[in-house]
Design a protein around this ligand. Structure first.
Ligand SMILES: [Zn+2]
Length: 290
């Protein structure tokens, strides 16, 4: 008898799962993000039509809201482990992987502590030149780590103190906010270097994925140029919804558009083949930078 998986749900907690550092890794504990990624892939890869997988490392965000840099960085390492687990299971010539964040956080690395090997969770190697007191190289611009007068960090002595340390913030808030700077988008796989180069609005990302995977408005792209309504623009990055797109195709990144328009027609065939054969996986993994 052949069993076909239609729906599969795994619920491991009543609310958020534990942070990785607090997780019970034993046989009765919760799975890691990498465990769940491997399990999802083991099922999805059986579909000959390909698949879409969304993996989110959502607790990076939560730790930053607490100004708890240790857990935020540790969760980022768990995300890296999940990515490495995925890379070991897919063929990047036929699977598109996209790694990005939906926002950044008010989290900075600063100070004079530039020597290689300086502990990232530690103090700057010089004290403040105003109040003569030490400060951590990691700081938040708002959040629960605020105090007046400012808290003077001590060299933490135990692992527990290190894990639970709330880093200094400049403005009091019970819950640190997100921030607004650009975040990177890393991509590997079919059309990755063409579609995910330069600077673009985040609303462009699903259009680029759809283009690469021949989905939605791009579903005919993989069926041959004869069926494609605009063969001359087959390999041009799709229009995206953004303010600058109002009067025509947005220049997502000048290098991308230049590369596409210069690409010989034959290269479209290569791209098309990848789309027909390909299994596509997308990892949209939330992590935070700066
Ligand atoms: Zn958040």
């Amino acid at each position: 008898m052949v069993h076909i998986v239609i729906l599969l749900t795994g619920l491991f907690a009543y609310s958020h799962m534990d942070f990785e550092v607090d997780r019970d890794p034993g046989p009765t504990g919760d799975p890691s993000l990498a465990d769940m990624t491997r399990s999802a892939l083991s099922i999805l890869q059986k579909n000959p039509k390909g698949f879409f997988l969304f993996v989110e490392s959502g607790r990076i965000d939560h730790a930053h809201h607490y100004n708890n840099a240790y857990r935020a960085l540790d969760e980022t390492l768990a995300l890296e482990t999940a990515l490495l687990a995925a890379l070991a299971l897919v063929n990047p010539t036929e699977t598109l992987l996209v790694l990005t964040a939906d926002h950044s956080h008010v989290f900075t690395f600063g100070g004079q502590a530039t020597p290689r090997g300086h502990p990232i969770l530690g103090l700057d190697n010089k004290v403040s030149d105003v109040d003569g007191q030490p400060y951590t190289t990691i700081l938040y611009t708002n959040g629960p780590g605020y105090s007046n007068p400012r808290s003077v960090p001590m060299n933490v002595t135990t692992p527990m103190e290190s894990k639970n340390q709330v880093f200094t913030s400049a403005v009091p808030r019970q819950w640190a906010t997100h921030s607004g700077e650009d975040v990177p988008v890393y991509a590997l796989g079919p059309l990755a270097t063409t579609l995910f180069a330069g600077t673009f609005d985040q609303s462009y990302i699903p259009h680029a994925i759809a283009y690469s995977a021949c989905l939605g408005e791009h579903r005919l792209r993989c069926q041959g140029l004869d069926n494609y309504t605009s063969p001359l623009t087959t390999c041009v990055a799709p229009e995206v919804s953004s303010v600058s797109a109002a009067n025509g195709p947005v220049v997502i990144a000048s290098s991308v558009m230049a590369d596409d328009s210069a690409r010989p027609k034959s290269s479209c065939g290569i791209i098309k083949s990848a789309g027909i054969i390909g299994l596509y996986m997308v990892l949209i993994l939330e992590y935070a930078v700066t």
